[in-house]
Structure formats: C-alpha cells, structure tokens
Write a protein that binds this ligand. Sequence first.
Ligand SMILES: [Zn+2]
Ligand SMILES: [Zn+2]
Length: 449
Amino acid sequence: MSKDYLLYGRDLIFREVHSAIQLTDRELTSVNQRPAISRINGRYRCERCGAAVRTKKPYPCICGGNCLYCSDCLILGKVRACDTLITLEEPNLFAPVHPASLRWIGCLSEEQRNASIEISRTIHANEERVVWAVTGAGKTEMLFEGVGKALDANKRVCIATPRVDVCLELAPRLRQAFPDTSLAVLYGSAEEKYTYTQLVIATTHQLLRFKEAFDVLIIDEIDAFPFYLNDMLYYAAAKAIKQQSSTIYLTATPDRLLKKRIKAKKIKASILPARYHGHPLPVPSLARLSSHASLKKIDSNCYQHMQELLNQKKRFLVFIPTIQLMEDVMKKLVILFSQFSFDSVHSKDSQRKEKVSKMRLGQYDFLVTTTILERGVTLSGIDVIVLMAEHRVYTEAALVQIAGRAGRSKEYPNGEVTFYCTNLTRGIKGAVREIKEMNRLASRKGLLK
Ligand SMILES: [Zn+2]
Ligand SMILES: [Zn+2]
C-alpha cells in the first residue's frame, strides 16, 4: 500500500510519520503542511487539539532549541512548537461492495424503523441529528441502514465513542453487518495499528488524528466522559468531518443544554422512549442506609438483599463509587459469600475484559464494579444494586445508565434496580424522574406491551 494511504484525511505530526515511514522529497512536496502550534493575536494554540498552549515558557526541545508544547493532547504524543502537522486530502478510494454493503438481516421495531429512516435521510442530506434513545432501545441497529447507504455512496464513515469498551463491543457487530467493508478499530496510542479503511470505529480522542476525513460522523454517548463538557473533543469532531458531511449524535441521557436545544428545535432529534422489546425501563427502588460514609458499616439490609438474590439464583451487578471503597467491601464479601463465585472490576484492572466476559457467560454469580460498567456493556438477565448512590460520581446521567443495565433481554425484561443511599441527591431524584418520564412517554405513544 502506498504511503499516501496512511495520510489521507489524517492529521499527523510530521516528525512521527517521517521516523516511521521515510518520505521522499517528492512525496513531501505533495503533502499539506501547517505549523502544529499557531500564533493568533499573540496567543498560542495547538492545531491538533484546539487548546490554548498552557506551558508558560519554552522548554529545551529535541530540535536543539527551546520550544513550547501542548499539554492537553499529550496522550497522543507531544506536539511541539517546532512541529508541523501533515495531511493529504481524503480522496475516498474505496472498492465498491456488490450488491450492497449491508448484510444485516434483522427486524426493527416500528419505533426503530422510524428512527432508522430519519437517520438515513439526515445522512443523505448532510445534516445533523440527535438520536435520544433510552438504554436498550437498540440504537446500533437503527444506524445500519443509513451507514450502509453512505458506504454504497462511497462515503467514509466514522463511529466515535468515548470508551474503549464500547469500541470493542461495537466492532464485531459492525464487522458482521458490513462483512466486505474495510474496517479499522482505533484506540490507545499505537500508531502502527492504523490502516486506511472506509469504516472507522474510534475513541473520541483518536478523532484528533483526522482532518476533513469523514463524510459521516456518528458520535455515540455524547454525554459520557470525556466528551461531556470537553471542548477538545468537539474541536476534534469538527476537524475530522468534511465541509459537506453529516453528524449524528447518540445519547440515552442528554445533558440539560442538549435537551434545551432539542425542545427549542435548534437541532433535529429522534426520541425513542421505549426499549426494543416493548417493556418499560426498570424504575429504581430507593433503600435508605442508616450509617454514613463507611461501607464497612453498611447495615445488613444490603447484604441480606444480596443473599436473597443469590438464593433465587438471580445474577446481579453491584456498583460501588470508588476503587478504595470497593476494596473495603470486597474484604467483607469474600467472608460473607465464600461459597459463591464473584469478582470485582475497575478501570485500572488489566483483567477487565476477561471478567466481563465471564459475567456474560454466567461463570460469576455477581460482579462488583466501579462506574466502568456504567454504560455500553450489555449483560442479559441481571439485577442491579448501587451502593452509596449519593456519591458525587453518580450524576443523574450515570444513574440512568446504571439502572439501564437491568432488564435488557426479552427473556428477563423486568430486572430490579435498587439504589442504596444515606440521603437523596439531585442525581438520584433526577434519575428516577427521568426514567419514569420516559416510561410515561412510551406508554402515551402506545409503545409498551
Ligand atoms: Zn494539543
Ligand atoms: Zn523544538
């Protein structure tokens, strides 16, 4: 494959590219170059991530001089003032797939089908749309039609999501739906993984490495960390799309600002208040904890609740706000539930993929987790317990997402969700209100069984 393919629609630091693939003088004259750090009205800005350069004084640099660098996008490799960013215009050189890219044969509910049509039209018209779909609405399937048509029209399509776990879960489903379309899954910092493909699944950070590459950009979980309130990633999204392009935002829990824009009809929206199986969202029950702050002192109600679930052979997730607290609780759990099979998982756990898949395969009776399993991960037939739901990590959106882990499958649509808390926070009240509101809307629209 010619070197050009590695540069089409990319936005890369010349020094890094050149050390990996030597570019000849002739090749260099054909690439577009611009300074990686620009100076506008006396202020320095990183052109890769859009952030104002925060380093106050130049540092001794590998170029031999003293240079400023960007500290905001360090995770993708250092951008220095002496760097240039290089790119080649995206030419959409893709082999057509006959007779059509999409091979998925599945059924959409009427609600999904309507949203699917709206998404297709939005993509065709190069417009923007928000898809506000409750957890378990089946939003990936609603994208297939629109993505398929875009691919058949020789468009380049990217699906970006803030979480690696979501990337990994999306990849096999898209590979199955579009088996003959070239697909790359980009996450982490390893540049050598990159190949030129028509379909790209990437973490939102990886978008920073693209420039005017995509005709269609779909951003999943726009409300999730780190996309929420993150200027850098909005800059990345705006940079990664072509001037003529379509952007689809997916969310189960839009923030207040986005809800306002939807209500004021400032952005087109498809709202799906019901799950694909037509059962209402499980409404969380609230259980007060008497003791405060220390999980070691949690009254026995919660442990009793767990024992009852285990007796009934029900499987469940236990959410705990921090790794430290989780370790404390685990010490107690291994004594109380020694005859059962369970484990704990958190963001820094190298075994996390294996543990989630063990839970999925039914090899655990329960799994204790931090918010890492808050979204994106679908396990069927489980109940959910949240400990210390008043903790500040549990925003309204986080709690709606966590509650949304229950009742996902047709076989067990009425999973139970319990929030254990010492006091009611805005997040807890807001989450319960939001879930009830979506159920009411679904019922009014006649979408519930
Ligand atoms: Zn930067
Ligand atoms: Zn330098």
